[in-house]
Write a protein that binds this ligand. Structure first.
Ligand SMILES: [Zn+2]
Length: 262
């Protein structure tokens, strides 16, 4: 019995230590060195599939960029209308972006027949590449962020977004555009909350080359507030998800080569 108590106390101590590291040491962000490190203001385009992807998965990166004065744009490929409440979810995205300090005029949400929320229908990757090209040109975007090939949860829409971006990169004439994908972690790492920062820092540090960076969330509370704006999604299991998800506390980003067409 006492050994169980010891284990539980140890877990609590490591959890608290991890939160302390996030809240008090993230300003230095040594693991993020080299990720937009020049001080030059960047025009960033975050491409997501559904309203709430930005708060649930990408908020450590958004907070990092906003606090350094970069210009963040969001392109959300659907209204999240799988349950017929796309209009409500659209408003929720704008409210969450207000919390995250992303100007609303920089948030674009599509409601296109080729990009409807749900399983079973492939999204039109060629059309997506054209839409991204338009966004990149009209906002002078020089950095793109999106899902990786697995898309964090394995949702087919997330994966289609990744492939749409790869399609764009294979066709665009703007070869110097920096593109980063959010690395999907395994299920164990996904639900150990702030504890995952140690594994993320280790993997980013020991990755060969300098094309992987780990960003700690400087404002986890803001991420909670942003997610709570998605009221239609803010049910008990998502509250638990946001509390225990490592994506609330840390993002590890990997550079996608411009000739990557996987
Ligand atoms: Zn999603």
């Amino acid at each position: 019995m006492s050994s169980w108590l010891l284990i539980i106390i140890s877990i609590i101590v490591v959890w608290v230590a991890s939160l302390y590291k996030i809240l008090h040491a993230s300003r230095s962000q040594s693991n993020a060195d080299g990720f937009i490190g020049t001080g030059e203001k960047r025009n960033v385009l975050l491409v997501i599939a559904h309203p709430d992807d930005e708060s649930m998965f990408f908020s450590p990166t958004i907070n990092y960029l906003i606090s350094r004065g970069h210009n963040v744009h969001i392109l959300c490929m659907s209204t999240g209308n799988a349950d017929g409440i796309g209009n409500i979810r659209k408003d929720e995205l704008y409210q969450a972006c207000a919390v995250l300090k992303i100007p609303l005029k920089q948030v674009k949400l599509l409601d296109h027949v080729d990009f409807q929320d749900g399983f079973g229908k492939l999204w039109n990757r060629n059309l997506m590449a054209e839409i991204v090209e338009e966004e990149v040109t009209s906002h002078a975007i020089n950095l793109i962020l999106t899902f990786d090939n697995y898309g964090v949860s394995g949702h087919c829409n997330h994966r289609d977004v990744h492939h749409g971006i790869c399609n764009f990169l294979s066709k665009t004439s703007q070869r110097d555009i920096e593109t980063w994908e959010l690395i999907s972690t395994n299920i164990l790492r996904k639900y150990i909350g702030p504890l995952d920062i140690w594994l993320s820092i280790f993997s980013a540090t020991h990755h060969s080359g300098s094309q992987m960076h780990c960003l700690l969330n400087e404002h986890p509370r803001k991420s909670f507030q942003a997610m709570s704006q998605h009221l239609s999604q803010w049910v008990w299991f998502r509250k638990l998800f946001v509390s225990f998800s490592s994506y609330t506390y840390v993002n590890t980003l990997r550079r996608i080569n411009s000739n990557n067409n996987n």
